[in-house]
Design a binder for this molecule. Structure first.
Ligand SMILES: NC(=O)c1ccc[n+]([C@@H]2O[C@H](COP(=O)([O-])OP(=O)(O)OC[C@H]3O[C@@H](n4cnc5c(N)ncnc54)[C@H](O)[C@@H]3O)[C@@H](O)[C@H]2O)c1
Ligand SMILES: O=C(O)[C@H](O)COP(=O)(O)O
Length: 388
């Protein structure tokens, strides 16, 4: 029986894949968990129990998970790449329009009118006029699952689009419309874009990405859209730029105390991925990845360990090993197997950065706690698990 802890509301389209005879689901209590499924719940202060094998983020961003701590403890962190990208692309369309047309302020205003609404609407509407987006330039920072969809959408809307992503993958580059101008210079993007849309992860390197300096490089009167993460934009710097008329508006999916009810700022309560389609896609994807890891040791879409899968071979025992990516690990592991006359039927070893992963199918010997402990005692081994 595997214990699964859920944080946040996870779509039943995903949870229903946990077989009731093999999985017990408990919301919020992680004390005895084998796996966790969560959305934006912040886990940085959560004590990670020794039982925990994997964390599945039903979404894209994993900045709410202590990924490095998980790596050190041999906890595999999964996410759902691209599963909510269309939901966020559509919300970015809404944000683009809301940054231009003052619909948000207009709606607030009209709902507070008192008497002869029709007359007041026609008299007062000019204060909410705003430009069309067709023919304007959209700058897309980050051309991953969401950024590529947003860039291609901009082309379809009749915009000129300039994209920037120094780490773009081949797969994403293939999906990018030929009409998108790819730039290797952020300054060029800032110099040309009437609308800048951020689609990059929040990591140490990107914290405060839109600081005073980068904001000052934006075209006068340009608009900024942040559907990615709050920490990417410096609140004080963007509010100052709006006050001084250098930036026309800022639309964010990540409101803060400082941003709400400010002129020129449209705050959306983190709704980018809040569609049934995105919630179901994300939950289905990560639950299946988690099940395959717990039951077969296969890793798909992990952010801290390599993708690694192996078909099961009948009559073998499967051992999975998580280790530091240091020399001679395979030699040390196979030395233990040969000591016990174990026949390695299949073995796969993959590495990702500082960490590595092995799936080893053996025959010819029983696997007991003593042998597992012997493997665990090898210097550099983080976790060993029998997956029978
Ligand atoms: N508002 C929401 O509800 C919502 C939903 C999904 C994702 N997000 C956010 O959007 C981010 C992007 O999601 P995604 O699915 O497109 O992820 P992704 O991993 O597919 O794409 C991110 C892209 O950013 C690029 N990148 C990284 N650092 C960069 C930098 N300094 N400059 C330019 N490009 C850089 C990467 O190369 C990658 O191509 C997520 O990390 C998450 O924080 C928000
Ligand atoms: O990174 C993500 O996938 C989004 O920010 C969605 O977060 P949510 O699952 O809490 O809506």
């Amino acid at each position: 029986m595997f214990n699964i802890t859920t944080f946040n509301k996870i779509s039943n389209e995903g949870l229903k894949h946990f077989d009731k005879d093999s999985y017990s689901l408990t919301p919020d209590d992680i004390s005895n968990a084998d796996g966790v499924v969560l959305r934006s719940y912040k886990m940085h202060d959560t004590v990670l129990p020794d039982t925990l094998k994997a964390i599945a983020r039903a979404g894209a961003g994993t900045n709410n998970v202590p990924v490095e701590k998980c790596s050190e403890k041999g906890i595999v962190v999964f996410n759902a790449p691209g599963a909510n990208a269309n939901g966020v692309k559509e919300m970015t369309l809404l944000a683009l329009l809301a940054s231009s047309r003052k619909v948000n302020d207009g709606i607030k205003w009209v709902n507070n009118l008192d008497g002869d609404v029709e007359k007041q609407v026609e008299k007062g509407k000019s204060q909410f006029a705003g430009p069309e987006i067709m023919g304007k330039t959209l700058g897309v920072v980050g051309l991953g699952a969401i950024g590529v969809l947003v860039a291609n959408m901009g082309i379809k809307l009749g915009m000129k689009v300039i994209g920037y992503d120094p780490y773009i993958s081949v797969q994403k580059a293939i999906g990018l419309s030929w009409d998108v101008k790819y730039s290797s210079s952020l300054d060029e993007l800032f110099g040309q874009a009437d609308y800048v849309s951020l689609h990059i992860p929040l990591v140490d390197k990107t914290k405060g990405f839109m600081d005073e300096e980068n904001i000052s490089k934006m075209k006068k009167g340009a608009r900024l859209i942040n559907m990615s993460r709050g920490g990417l934009v410096n609140d004080a710097a963007i509010l100052k730029a709006i006050d001084e008329g250098r930036v026309s508006s800022f639309v964010t999916d990540f409101p803060t105390d400082d941003l709400i009810n400010k002129n020129g700022v449209v705050c959306i309560p983190h709704l980018g991925a809040s569609t049934p389609e995105s919630e179901e896609n994300c939950a289905r994807m990560v639950v299946n990845q988690l099940i395959d890891y717990l039951e077969n040791g296969n890793i798909t879409n992990s952010v801290n360990f390599p993708n690694c899968s192996l078909e099961r071979t009948e009559g073998t025992h499967r051992i999975v090993v998580l280790n530091k990516n240091v020399p001679n690990m395979i030699g040390s592991l196979t030395a233990v197997f040969s000591k016990y006359n174990a026949n390695i039927i299949e073995m796969v070893n993959k590495s990702k950065g500082d960490y590595a992963y092995n799936i080893i199918d053996i025959a010819g010997t029983e696997v007991n706690e003593e042998k597992i402990e012997e493997l665990k005692s090898i210097d550099g081994i983080i976790k060993v698990r029998l997956v029978d």
